[in-house]
Design a protein around this ligand. Structure first.
Ligand code: SAM
Ligand code: SF4
Length: 263
């Protein structure tokens, strides 16, 4: 897939938990011309990682990623750019500083602070969230890590155009009750296609539905194996989704954006 997309001139990236990043696969990713490899890393210790992700794989992942970065150096490969994606929550924020040091020691030059999206299912719940609920100490910690990244030449990013600190407070996004989702531009700028061809509004849309029927009716806008993407993008269902987005009654999955998490 990566080679196919690169042959078409596309910028290619993906996020991964890194568990299956063997030397052979790493070699293949470099050969295929992958532009970015975003490693999900929700802690700086084995214990916290296992607690947050539900799998005791911290040591294996770091062995994999160290070997991958070393292979890139050996081959003088400038791509893919490797970054760490840290989903910030109550249980792991105290390890962000340690993660900055881990990144620095391992020659990784970007950390992304991901805000938690939750639907009270699986491992993600509102009680873990920091968005609009961070304590003064938690915000100070993020500010400190911004500074630490700057000192170590690490780029520290967050969702949207916000800085990491802004992405957790961002009350200026909206006034309560005033269409908190409305600043999101995804309905006009991107789409999300699953491996079965279903077209959804964004990567939040596959989650939080109560039934397969609801998913099909409210989330799936079209299917690229049945209709060309251009027709879906400009079609009635997408337009109806966009009209709802501009009204007081957006799709259910949009209605929590900006309110429970930043978009
Ligand atoms: C679609 S996920 C990629 C999943 C990938 N297979 C993995 O295991 O990391 C994209 C990014 O969102 C992060 N993520 C996972 N759960 C999340 C959640 N509940 N809220 C926000 N971000 C989350 C992951 O760490 C990942 O880097
Ligand atoms: S669910 Fe949120 S991020 Fe996705 S299109 Fe709707 S407002 Fe935007």
């Amino acid at each position: 897939m990566i080679s196919y997309l690169k042959a078409r001139g596309t910028y290619v990236l993906f996020n991964s938990n890194g568990i299956a990043l063997t030397a052979k696969r790493g070699q293949a990713l470099i050969d295929a011309g992958l532009d970015e490899y975003r490693l999900s890393m929700d802690g700086a210790t084995r214990e916290t990682y296992a607690h947050v992700r539900g799998v005791d794989a911290f040591d294996k992942i770091w062995r994999n990623i160290r070997a991958f970065v070393a292979m890139q150096k050996e081959r003088n490969a400038s791509k893919p750019a490797v970054s760490l994606w840290f989903t910030a929550m109550r249980e792991n924020l105290h390890e962000l500083e340690g993660l900055v040091d881990l990144a620095y020691e391992n020659g990784i030059s970007e950390i992304h602070l991901q805000r938690l999206v939750y639907f009270e299912q699986g491992l993600a719940h509102s009680k873990q969230s920091l968005f609009r609920r961070s304590t003064r100490e938690e915000l100070e910690l993020v500010r400190h890590c911004e500074q630490r990244c700057q000192e170590r030449g690490i780029t520290f990013t967050a969702a949207g155009s916000a800085t990491p600190l802004e992405s957790l407070i961002r009350a200026d996004f909206f006034r309560d009750g005033d269409r908190p989702w409305s600043g999101c531009r995804r309905p006009y700028t991107l789409t999300y296609i699953t491996s079965s061809g279903n077209v959804l509004s964004c990567c939040f849309a596959p989650f939080g539905h109560k039934s397969a029927k609801e998913y099909q009716q409210d989330r799936v806008i079209g299917n690229i194996f049945q209709e060309p993407i251009e027709a879906i993008w400009r079609g009635e269902r997408y337009e109806a989704f966009r009209r709802a987005f501009e009204s007081d009654h957006p799709a259910k999955h949009c209605s929590q954006c900006g309110l429970n998490w930043s978009y």
